[in-house]
Design a protein around this ligand. Structure first.
Ligand SMILES: [Zn+2]
Length: 243
């Protein structure tokens, strides 16, 4: 079946009307879907930080345990050396052992210093992560609220949206491929989502620039698809002035 320009324009108008209603539904949802996604990303970032913190604290605790063991080992050696010192045969042997004991005491001092540092680092990290954990908790609550809000809005318009999407599918089937892709392209490029408009009060219904009388006559004749020379929208008809 060959479709006339008039029926093509009519089909485009129908599609535009459906798309405008879908636009309105999505406008009501507004930035909520994006806000939900942003919050999910932010939360994931905090969770990664908290996991990293747990690993770092575990590492510091591990090094504290190692240092404590090193202190015990050094104390054992010192006891052993002190016993040996009781049975030395000369001053040289005595001095040599004294040096070994001093070395082990130094080892203990170093370990104690490292343990202190590790405790301090853990404390710092706990302070640091406290803020992150608080923010994480807050953001989780925000996300919960936003999700509920979004679900509420979506559930209110879900049925209508599904119906419109089905209508859209069948309306789009009535339009030839070339015209449909032009329509899609124009819609993408205009701010209000209107790709098909009429001439109202001698002006384009999309950009409000004046449409000359001869062009209006051509549009009204519906012999071919005419676009606005200013904004590129399809001009589907002329609404007669009411005097
Ligand atoms: Zn225009």
């Amino acid at each position: 079946m060959e479709s006339t320009v008039a029926s093509k324009l009519e089909a485009l108008m129908r599609l535009q009307s459906i798309d405008s209603q879908l636009d309105e539904i999505r406008r009501v949802r507004g930035d909520l879907p994006e806000e939900v996604r942003d919050l999910e990303d932010e939360i994931e970032g905090y969770e990664v930080r908290v996991r990293k913190f747990d690993d770092e604290v575990a590492g510091l605790n591990e090094s504290i345990a190692q240092r404590k063991q090193a202190i015990k080992d050094a104390e054992g050696l010192i006891r052993k050396y002190e016993e040996q010192q009781q049975n030395v045969r000369n001053n040289r042997e005595y001095d040599a052992i004294t040096k070994e004991i001093e070395l082990q005491k130094l080892e203990i001092q170093i370990s104690e210093k490292k343990i202190k540092e590790a405790h301090y680092q853990i404390e710092q990290k706990i302070n640091e992560i406290e803020g992150t954990k608080n923010r994480l908790e807050e953001r989780r609550k925000d996300l919960d609220n936003k999700k509920k809000e979004l679900e509420q809005i979506v559930s209110e318009s879900e049925g209508e949206e599904k119906g419109l999407e089905q209508e859209r599918e069948s309306a789009a089937q009535d339009i030839e491929e070339r015209l449909l892709s032009a329509y899609t392209r124009i819609r993408r490029n205009v701010r209000n989502g209107l790709a098909v408009v009429t001439v109202k009060r001698d002006a384009c219904g999309g950009c409000f620039n004046t449409v000359p009388p001869q062009r209006q006559a051509d549009i009204a004749a519906q012999k071919k698809v005419i676009v606005c020379e200013h904004c590129g929208r399809i001009l589907a008809g002329v609404e007669q002035r009411v005097y």
